[in-house]
Design a protein around this ligand. Structure first.
Ligand code: FE2
Length: 155
């Protein structure tokens, strides 16, 4: 399933993954802009607010969009996308199980975007080459799925 060689038979699956991935960070709507745009290091309390966004995202789907718990299960990445493969991510109560396929893919994409895009708190982002080197050499240290990193970076 390479970006350059998409098999048309896989297209419905790819579109399904993409549509479910689009809402993975919906919980960020509950993080105050002062925290999202803070140029400095977050305080412990601010980190607690940030770390709640996966749970807030699920709550948003259930309450704001009014979808059923059954339907919410189709969006596991909302809750799992910061778990990481090293079980050191969040939400902490979810650390007992490994994140699902979509959450692992989103985690890689999130990591890549976070470290290559200039942010208010990081004006000197990594180059794509630096990210590939770090991700490929030590995926476990940053909680990435090594198999998915290899597949993603080989494209
Ligand atoms: Fe997130």
């Amino acid at each position: 399933m390479g970006g350059n060689n998409i098999n048309l038979e896989e297209l419905p699956h790819i579109l399904d993954l993409m549509s479910r991935a689009l809402v993975h960070d919906i919980g960020k709507v509950r993080i105050p802009a002062e925290i999202i745009n803070k140029p400095g290091i977050l305080t412990e309390d601010e980190w607690k607010v940030v770390k709640r966004h996966p749970v807030e995202g699920l709550a948003f789907l259930l309450r704001r969009w009014g979808i059923s718990r059954e339907t919410a299960r189709m969006f596991p990445a909302v809750l799992e996308h910061h778990l990481g493969m090293s079980f050191s991510g969040y939400p902490e109560f979810m650390r007992r199980k490994a994140p699902g396929f979509l959450a692992r893919i989103i985690h890689i994409a999130d990591f890549y975007d976070a470290v290559t895009t200039p942010r208010v708190y990081n004006k000197s982002p990594f180059s794509p080459v630096e990210v590939v080197r770090v991700s490929d050499q030590s995926p476990w240290e940053i909680g990435l799925d090594p198999t998915q990193v290899t597949l993603t970076l080989s494209e």
